[in-house]
Ligand binder design. Structure first.
Ligand code: 6R9
Length: 659
C-alpha cells in the first residue's frame, strides 16, 4: 500500500519538464484550475466540455436533469450520433486517409484500416442490420473475437441507434444465453471461430448451444463472420454469413440521430448476487467522458500510436478501443491474440514493430510477464526496442508497487509516466487517475480524481472520513458517463448504487484510503462479494450458484477470494457434497469435474483455483455461512477470530486440511 505508514516515505515521481510542457493538461496548476472550474459550477464545466468535444446534430439546452434522481439525465434534449462523432467527423476533418486501426492477428498478420475504410465498413454493416429489420432501440448481442469487424459491429449498432451488448468470447453457452435472454436481443453477431494462441476456439458452436438451451426466441438472425473457415453447423433460416449480408450494401448510411440519453450499450457485469447486471450506458455523456479521458489521461495526440490490450468484451475495450481513441481521430492497435503466443515477448515485439507510444494494460498481465521474463531471458523486455513509448497505463485492479516499478523501469525505460486508472464498468471511463503532464506519481496509488469527478472516502452514513483513515469510496455528484440503469431492473439499480444511508452518493463498491499528507487515493479492494481475478470481475454468488447447479453432486458451496501473486485474487471454493467427503485421488477427480462444470456454466475465467471439501461449512447459529473464516482458511492463516458464534467449530480444522 502506498499510503504513508510513517515508516516508509512513498517514492514520488514528478512528471518530466518535457511531459509538462507538451501535455493537454500541463502542470498541477492546470489540473487545479479544471478542478476549481468544476467546483465553481459543475454543470457549466461539463456543458463547456460537451460543446467542445462532441458534434451535436441539435445542441442541448439543459445540462443535467436530476428530477428523478438517481436516474440522472445529461444533455437530454441534445441529439447526436456516436458513430458520426467517431468516423464521419474525422473524415470530414481531412483524416480519411489516416490509419485508425492497426490490426495484428494471432498469427502475426497485420492489416490496417483508415478512417475512410472504417466509415464505409460501418455503413455497410449498419445497412445490413437495417435490411434485416434492426432499428433504433433494438438490442444486438455481439459475441466476436478481437477484430476490426468487432469494432465495426459496435459502431454499426451505434450508427442505427441499436443498443449493443458485447459478450466476451470466453463466456459459456449458458452465460451467453442468459445475456441474450435478459436483453431480449433481436440479432446476434458472431464468428465461426476465434484464433487465440495458435488454436482455433469455437464461437458459432457455442451460439448454437446457447440457442438450444431455449430462451433466445427474440433472436431473428445470427450473423457469422468467417474468421478461420472452420466447420460450423448451419441453420439456413436463421444463420447468415457476414460477407453475404454485406454484399451489395451501400457504403453510405444516414446516421440515426438520437437523444444524448439514448442507450448506446448494455454490458453485463458481476454484482453481489448470482445474476449479472446489464449496466446501461448513454450516448452523449458516455462518449464525452470516453473522449475526454482519452485526451487528458492518455494525452492522446495526432501522431500517437495507442494500444489498449483489453478485449472489446470488457468495458475497457469499449471506452478505450471502440470509442475514445476513434472519437479523437487517433491511431490504435487492435490485437487478436494472447500475450504469451508465440512467446511471452509478444507484447514487447508488437510495441517495437508498431512503434507504440501509449500502452495500456492490466497488472495481472504485467505480473505474469515479469515471471516469464525472469524465467527466460529471450522474452525479457530489455531485448526489445521500446523507445517509442512515452506513456504507460494500468487498469482493472490495484497495481502493487513492485510490479509498478518493474513496469516503469523495464517497459517505460524509467522515462514514461504510468497512469494507474481507477474506474468501473458502471463509471464508463476513468474516475481517479493521474494526468501524465501534471500529477506526481506514487506507485500503488491512483492519485487524484479526474477533473469534475467528486470522489470521496466516507463512513457507513456517508460522512467523509479524515485522510489516513480508510472507508467507502463514493462519488458525490453525478457525472455524464455514469451508469443510467440496470437493464430491466431499476430497483436493483437504486439498491446497488444509491443505498439510502449514503446521502444520495454513488456507491462504487470499493474501499479506499486517502494519504494523510497528499490526499492521494489508494483503492483497498471490493467491499462486497465481488472478486477480481486477473482484472475480471466475478461474483462469489455467481460461482456458488454454478456449483450448486450440479445437483447430482453438490449440496452446498461457498466461494471466497484469496490473494494470488499473479492473478491478484484467486477463487477458492468450499464444497459440501451429497456423498461422503472425498479424499486423495477421489477428491482430485471430483475437484476437476467441478472446475470443468463451472467453466461450462460461466466460462473458464470463473474456474476455482482451489476446491476444498468438507462435511459442512462454518455457520452461525442462525445458519449464516461465516465467510470471513473461510477467507482466513483460504489464505492458510491460523484462525484467531472469535468463533464463539459458530455452531460447528470443529469444521474449521477439517476445512484447513488439504483433502
Ligand atoms: C475498468 C474495470 C471494476 C473494479 C473496481 C475495482 C477494480 C479497476 C482499478 C481497480 C484498483 C485500479 N479496479 N481499476 N482497483 N486500482 N486502477 O476494471 O471495470 O471490470 O467493472 O471492474 O475493478 O475493484 O470496482 P470492471
Amino acid at each position: 500500500m502506498s499510503a504513508s505508514d510513517g515508516l516508509h516515505e512513498p517514492k514520488i515521481y514528478a512528471p518530466s519538464e518535457a511531459a509538462v510542457r507538451s501535455a493537454h493538461v500541463s502542470g498541477m496548476p492546470a489540473y487545479q484550475a479544471l478542478v476549481d472550474e468544476a467546483n465553481a459550477d459543475h454543470q457549466a464545466f461539463w456543458a463547456r466540455l460537451a460543446r467542445e468535444h462532441l458534434s451535436w446534430k441539435t445542441p442541448f439546452t439543459k445540462v443535467l436533469d436530476d428530477s428523478e434522481a438517481p436516474f440522472f439525465k445529461w444533455f437530454e434534449d441534445g441529439t447526436l450520433n456516436v458513430s458520426y462523432n467517431c468516423l464521419d467527423r474525422n473524415v470530414e476533418a481531412g483524416l480519411g486517409g489516416k490509419t485508425a486501426i492497426i490490426f495484428e492477428a494471432d498469427d502475426g498478420t497485420v492489416t490496417r484500416a483508415t478512417y475512410s475504410d472504417l466509415l464505409s465498413r460501418t455503413c455497410r454493416m449498419a445497412n445490413a442490420l437495417r435490411e434485416r429489420g434492426v432499428s433504433k432501440g433494438d438490442r444486438v448481442v455481439i459475441y466476436m473475437p478481437m477484430s476490426i469487424e468487432g469494432v465495426v459491429a459496435m459502431q454499426a449498432c451505434a450508427r442505427i441507434g441499436a443498443t449493443h451488448s458485447v459478450v466476451f468470447g470466453g463466456f459459456s453457452a449458458q452465460s451467453l444465453r442468459d445475456r441474450v435472454n435478459d436483453a431480449g436481443a433481436v440479432m446476434l453477431i458472431t464468428a465461426d471461430e476465434q484464433a487465440r494462441g495458435g488454436k482455433s476456439l469455437p464461437l458459432k458452436a457455442i451460439v448454437d448451444e446457447a440457442i438450444a438451451l431455449g430462451g433466445c426466441e427474440s433472436l431473428k438472425n445470427v450473423i457469422v463472420y468467417k474468421r478461420t473457415g472452420g466447420q460450423v453447423a448451419w441453420d439456413a433460416k436463421r444463420d447468415v454469413w457476414l460477407h453475404d449480408a454485406l454484399a451489395g450494401q451501400s457504403e453510405t448510411c444516414e446516421p440515426e440521430w438520437v437523444s444524448a440519453e439514448h442507450p448506446l450499450f448494455l454490458l453485463y457485469t458481476s454484482g453481489s448476487t448470482g445474476k449479472p447486471k446489464g449496466v446501461q450506458h448513454s450516448s452523449g455523456g458516455y462518449l464525452l467522458h470516453a473522449a475526454l479521458t482519452t485526451k487528458w489521461t492518455f494525452d492522446l495526440k495526432p501522431d500517437d500510436v495507442f494500444w489498449c490490450t483489453a478485449d472489446i468484451g470488457w468495458v475497457t475495450g469499449h471506452t478505450y478501443i471502440t470509442y475514445g481513441p476513434l472519437a479523437l481521430g487517433g491511431t490504435e492497435v487492435v490485437f487478436e491474440g494472447i500475450p504469451t503466443y508465440p512467446d511471452a515477448g509478444r507484447f514487447w515485439k508488437m510495441i517495437q514493430d508498431h512503434k507504440v507510444t501509449i500502452f495500456y494494460t492490466a497488472p495481472t498481465a504485467i505480473r505474469s510477464l515479469i515471471k516469464a521474463a525472469e524465467g527466460n531471458a529471450a522474452v525479457h523486455p530489455d531485448r526489445y526496442d521500446l523507445s517509442s513509448l512515452r506513456l504507460l497505463g494500468s487498469v482493472g485492479e490495484p497495481i502493487n508497487p513492485a510490479a509498478w516499478e518493474w513496469y516503469h523501469q523495464h517497459i517505460g525505460g524509467g522515462r514514461c509516466p504510468i497512469v494507474d486508472t481507477f474506474w468501473q464498468t458502471e463509471t464508463g471511463g476513468h474516475m481517479i487517475t493521474p494526468l501524465p503532464g501534471a500529477t506526481p506519481l506514487v506507485p500503488g496509488s491512483c492519485t487524484l480524481p479526474f477533473p469534475g469527478i467528486d470522489a470521496a472516502v466516507v463512513d457507513e452514513t456517508g460522512n467523509e472520513v479524515p485522510n489516513g483513515q480508510g472507508g467507502i469510496l463514493v462519488v458525490r455528484k453525478p457525472w455524464p458517463s455514469m451508469i443510467r440503469n440496470i437493464y430491466g431492473d431499476p430497483e436493483r439499480f437504486k439498491k446497488s448504487y444509491y443505498p439510502p444511508e449514503l446521502k444520495g452518493y454513488y456507491l462504487a463498491g470499493d474501499g479506499a484510503i486517502r494519504d494523510a499528507k497528499t490526499g492521494y487515493f489508494t483503492i483497498t479492494g471490493r467491499i462486497d462479494d465481488v472478486l477480481n481475478v486477473s482484472g475480471h470481475r466475478m461474483g462469489t454468488m455467481e460461482i456458488e450458484s454454478a456449483l450448486v447447479s450440479h445437483t447430482d453432486l453438490v449440496a452446498e458451496a461457498a466461494v471466497v477470494g484469496r490473494p494470488d501473486e499473479t492473478t491478484g485474487e484467486a477463487i477458492c471454493a468450499f464444497v459440501v457434497l451429497k456423498r461422503p467427503r472425498p479424499t486423495g485421488d477421489e477428491a482430485k477427480k471430483i475437484a476437476k469435474e467441478l472446475r470443468d462444470w463451472v467453466g461450462k456454466e460461466i466460462g473458464p475465467i470463473a474456474k476455482p483455483k482451489d476446491i476444498r471439501f468438507g462435511d459442512n461449512l462454518p455457520k452461525t447459529r442462525s445458519g449464516k455461512i461465516m465467510r470471513r473464516l473461510l477467507r482466513s482458511i483460504a489464505k492458510g492463516e491460523q484462525i484467531t477470530q472469535d468463533t464463539s458464534t459458530l455452531e460447528n467449530p470443529a469444521i474449521l480444522a477439517q476445512l484447513s486440511e488439504n483433502n
